[in-house]
Ligand binder design. Structure first.
Ligand SMILES: Cc1cc2nc3c(=O)[nH]c(=O)nc-3n(C[C@H](O)[C@H](O)[C@H](O)COP(=O)(O)O)c2cc1C
Length: 308
């Protein structure tokens, strides 16, 4: 395959993101590849492992205390994507530090840890503990602050919607993270995502990840009610690609902060569109749930093909 003449990024080569060099520019997105464990036994004829060529696995978001998640059903397929309302089911921060993170390190999985907290300032102590627990780890590259999950009713608010609160979250985390990459993941469910990106930039983030899921709802015509018990969910997959591209473009043009593009990527050409707009890296989410080799195949395709 031949790529367009402007394409000259080596996506499987290391690149600098803030204080940290990451191994590549194609990552898996949070929540769509679990913690990044347990896939080493998978093989495919064209790909040695689902990790081949990946720059990072962004873990499932970890919260201070373990969460059982929302009632079922939590995931509904739509013709061009999926609606989810997982409710941040996860093992909790203590168990993550004790068992999951050391295993990721032992397996050599390039890791970005996704964190959510109960208040902006609570990110500081979480990042400090993570930093202490993973001090000598070679494969832990950074933290992504999940500021934008629309599904969590607990705590009452989604603090990713306010620039001032985004700034407090980033500042608290940055103070404890001098030597690893710090990303803030932004919600698209606001009037002006650029304001959020500017706030994150000014508070010291190394990049923003854009976008998290788009608020959506689907109705089960057999019952006349929404499929999801909580009515709304996060919409993801190919349908949101143009939305994600638009948000990334707005941020690149308006905020001047490095952007990791995420939303609707299922093929190398989709990823290429984010890079064309100036994204420094991309994440593959929903496509990774259907095919655990999706991100690795995209990395391989973009890495192997030269421009014309
Ligand atoms: C089932 C599911 C679970 C998700 N869990 C998280 C999560 O824990 N934290 C987070 O920041 N984003 C989460 N996301 C959002 C994705 O990381 C991604 O931002 C979004 O799905 C858009 O990308 P995609 O269209 O490639 O899936 C989740 C998405 C899905 C589909």
């Amino acid at each position: 395959m031949t790529w367009p003449s402007w394409w000259n990024l080596e996506v499987t080569a290391p690149f600098q993101l803030g204080p940290r060099e990451l191994p590549g520019r194609v990552w898996t997105a949070s929540g769509c590849f679990a913690y990044g464990l347990h896939a080493h036994e998978f093989t495919a004829a064209d790909c040695p492992t689902p990790y081949a060529g990946l720059g990072a696995v962004v873990t499932k978001t970890v919260t201070p205390v373990s969460r059982a998640g929302n009632p079922m059903p939590r995931l509904v397929e739509t013709p061009c994507g999926a609606l989810n309302s997982i409710g941040l089911e996860n093992v909790g921060f203590d168990a993550f530090l004790d068992t999951v993170l050391p295993e990721l390190e032992a397996l050599g999985v390039p890791t970005v840890v996704s964190l959510a907290a109960t208040s902006p300032e609570a990110f500081g102590p979480m990042v400090r503990r993570l930093h202490e627990a993973a001090k000598g780890f070679a494969h832990w590259h950074g933290v992504e602050l999940n500021l934008s999950c629309p599904n969590v009713a607990e705590g009452g608010h989604d603090f990713g919607g306010s620039p001032a609160t985004v700034a407090r979250c980033v500042a608290a985390a940055r103070a404890e993270l001098p030597d690893r990459a710090l990303l803030a993941k932004l919600t698209p469910n606001v009037a002006d995502i650029v304001q959020l990106a500017v706030a994150a930039r000014d508070a010291g983030v190394d990049a923003v990840s854009a976008i998290n899921t788009v608020v959506g709802l689907d109705v089960d015509l057999r019952t006349g009610r929404p499929y999801l018990p909580r009515r709304f969910g996060g919409y993801s997959g190919p349908a949101i690609l143009p939305i994600a591209l638009a948000k990334v473009d707005q941020i690149v043009q308006g905020a001047g902060v490095p952007v990791v593009g995420v939303g609707g990527i299922a093929a190398p050409e989709d990823a290429l569109k984010f890079f064309a707009l100036g994204a420094v890296a991309v994440q593959v989410g929903t496509a990774q749930m259907r095919d655990p080799f999706a991100a690795a195949r995209i990395a391989r395709a973009l890495g192997q093909c030269s421009s014309s």
